[in-house]
Design a protein around this ligand. Structure first.
Ligand SMILES: *[C@@H]1O[C@H](CO)[C@@H](O)[C@H](O)[C@H]1NC(C)=O
Ligand SMILES: *[C@@H]1O[C@H](CO)[C@@H](O)[C@H](O)[C@H]1NC(C)=O
Ligand SMILES: *[C@@H]1O[C@H](CO)[C@@H](O)[C@H](O)[C@H]1NC(C)=O
Ligand SMILES: *[C@@H]1O[C@H](CO)[C@@H](O)[C@H](O)[C@H]1NC(C)=O
Ligand SMILES: [Ca+2]
Length: 387
C-alpha cells in the first residue's frame, strides 16, 4: 500500500517534468544572441582583426564579427541592425542548436547583406531541410534585406545552420548576417464560404517590430513548408511581406507587396467544383512607401486573367477588385503578379509595387445545381422514352 502511494505521488511530478521538457521548444522571436550584440569573452575590442568566438553560436571556417562603420578596401560594411553582425567567409558557417516541436512548421527570419562578390548566396538549413537564398538582387537601397525560410521540424533536437557556399578569390568577401528570429507557424482554417487559405496574409514569418523593410519571401515551391501558409512563391524573385507598423495595409496587420513585375508571383491552388462559377475578390492598394505609380496587378483564376489598376478613391490607400470565373477542374490556380516594375520615387532603386490583401474565392450559388437539375431532367426524359 505504502509503495503504491509513493509511486502514485511521483507520477504527477514525472508528468510535470515531461511537460516542462516538451515546453522547452524554442519560443517565437529572436534567437539567443540572434543579433550578435552579445560581447565575446575577450570583448568586442578585437573586432575587425579576424575570427573571434561568438557567444551562443558554433562556427566553422572564417566567421568574423563585424562592426558598423567598419571599412574594408574603401567599402563600408553594412550592419543591418544595431552595431554588430557576422560575416561568413568561403565555405564558413555558423550554427545554433534549437529545440523544436516535431512535425511543426517553422519559419526563420534573418537579415543579410552581400559584401564584394556579386553572386553571393546563403545556404540556410535545419538538416535535412535546406534552401539556398540568392543575395544577388538588392531589393532595397539600404544594401541589406530580411528574408524568411520555412521548414518542417523532423526532430525535437535540431541545428539551424547558415553557410556561405561561395568560393571567392578574396576570402574576405562573403555575406553578412544579422537579426535571426524563428516562429512556429500554423495553417489557418479555411474560413466559411471562402476556399482561400490565409487569404488575409495574417499568418506568416516573424517580423521585428522595428524592421522597417518588411520581410522578403524568396522562391519556394513547397506548399507544405511555406513561410506564408497556403501560398507559394513560384517566381525567381521574391515578394515582400509587409506589416501595418511600417506600411499601408488594407486589412488586419499584414499584407503582400508584389515586386519585380512578372518576376514576383504568388499563387495558391484552391479546391473547386468543375463547371461551377466562382468569384475572386481582393484588396489592391499602395504600401505608403513612395512607390511610383502606376500600380497594377495581373490576377489569375483558372483560365481567367485580369489586369487591375489601382485607382485611389478619396483617402483610401486601397480599393476592392473582383473577377468571376468558371472552374474547369477540381483544383484551380489563383495567382498574382505586378504588371509594372516599380521603384520608389525617393531613391529610384528600391523595389516596390502594388499591395494585395484580403483575397477571397467563393462559389456563386446556383451554377452547379442548375447543371445537376438539367442532367436530372434529361435522365428523366430518357427513362420516360425508354419506358
Ligand atoms: C545546403 O548545404 C547542405 C549541407 O552542406 C547541403 O546538403 C544542401 O544540399 C545545401 N542546399 C542547397 C539548396 O544548396
Ligand atoms: C530594434 O529592436 C531591437 C530589440 O527588439 C533593439 O535591440 C534595436 O536597437 C532596435 N533597432 C532600432 C534600429 O531601433
Ligand atoms: C482626406 O484626409 C484629410 C486629412 O486626413 C481630410 O482633411 C480630408 O477631408 C479627407 N478627404 C476625403 C475626401 O475624405
Ligand atoms: C465586382 O466589381 C464590380 C465593379 O468592378 C462591382 O460593381 C461589383 O459589385 C463587385 N462585386 C462584388 C461581389 O464585389
Ligand atoms: Ca491582411
Amino acid at each position: 500500500m505504502a509503495r503504491c502511494w509513493s509511486c502514485s505521488r511521483w507520477v504527477p511530478l514525472f508528468l510535470l517534468l515531461v511537460a516542462r521538457l516538451a515546453l522547452a521548444a524554442v519560443e517565437d522571436g529572436p534567437l539567443v544572441n540572434g543579433d550578435f550584440e552579445k560581447a565575446p569573452t575577450n570583448g568586442f575590442s578585437g573586432v575587425g582583426d579576424g575570427p573571434t568566438s561568438i557567444p551562443d553560436w558554433n562556427s566553422n571556417g572564417v566567421v568574423e564579427l563585424v562592426e558598423s562603420g567598419q571599412k574594408q578596401g574603401g567599402m563600408i560594411l553594412i550592419v543591418p541592425q544595431g552595431v554588430h553582425a557576422v560575416r561568413l567567409g568561403n565555405d564558413a558557417e555558423i550554427s545554433q542548436d534549437i529545440k523544436l516541436e516535431k512535425g511543426s512548421l517553422y519559419s526563420v527570419t534573418f537579415s543579410a547583406a552581400r559584401t564584394c562578390a556579386q553572386l553571393e548566396s546563403l545556404n540556410v538549413s535545419v538538416p535535412p531541410a535546406s534552401h539556398n537564398i540568392d543575395l544577388q538582387t538588392l531589393y532595397s537601397v539600404q544594401g541589406w534585406d530580411s528574408y524568411a525560410w520555412a521548414f518542417l521540424a523532423e526532430s525535437e533536437d535540431a541545428t539551424l545552420v547558415f553557410r556561405n557556399p561561395g568560393m571567392e578569390d578574396d576570402p574576405a568577401c562573403g555575406p553578412i548576417i544579422d537579426d535571426i528570429a524563428i516562429k512556429k507557424l500554423f495553417t489557418p482554417d479555411k474560413p466559411t464560404g471562402n476556399v482561400i487559405v490565409n487569404g488575409d496574409f495574417e499568418e506568416g514569418p516573424w517580423m521585428f517590430k522595428n524592421g522597417s523593410l518588411g520581410v522578403l519571401l524568396p522562391r519556394n515551391l513547397d506548399e507544405e513548408a511555406s513561410s506564408l501558409p497556403g501560398w507559394i512563391v513560384e517566381s525567381n524573385r521574391a515578394v515582400r511581406y509587409i506589416d501595418v507598423n511600417h506600411f499601408s495595409v488594407p486589412q488586419g496587420k499584414r499584407a503582400i507587396e508584389l515586386l519585380s513585375g512578372k518576376e514576383g508571383i504568388i499563387s495558391q491552388m484552391v479546391e473547386t467544383t468543375p463547371q461551377k462559377e466562382y468569384s475572386l475578390s481582393f484588396s489592391l492598394g499602395q504600401a505608403g512607401d513612395s512607390c511610383q505609380q502606376p500600380l497594377a496587378v495581373m490576377a489569375f483564376a483558372g483560365d481567367q486573367a485580369q489586369n487591375v489598376h489601382y485607382l485611389p478613391i478619396a483617402n483610401e490607400s486601397f480599393a476592392t477588385a473582383n473577377l468571376t470565373f468558371a472552374a474547369k477542374a477540381e483544383w484551380t490556380r489563383v495567382a498574382f503578379y505586378s504588371v509594372y516594375y516599380n521603384t520608389r520615387s525617393d531613391d529610384h532603386s528600391s523595389l516596390c509595387g502594388p499591395v494585395i490583401d484580403d483575397i477571397r474565392v467563393w462559389g456563386l450559388s446556383g451554377a452547379r445545381r442548375n447543371i445537376c437539375q438539367g442532367l436530372g431532367l434529361v435522365l428523366m426524359l430518357l427513362v420516360m422514352v425508354l419506358i
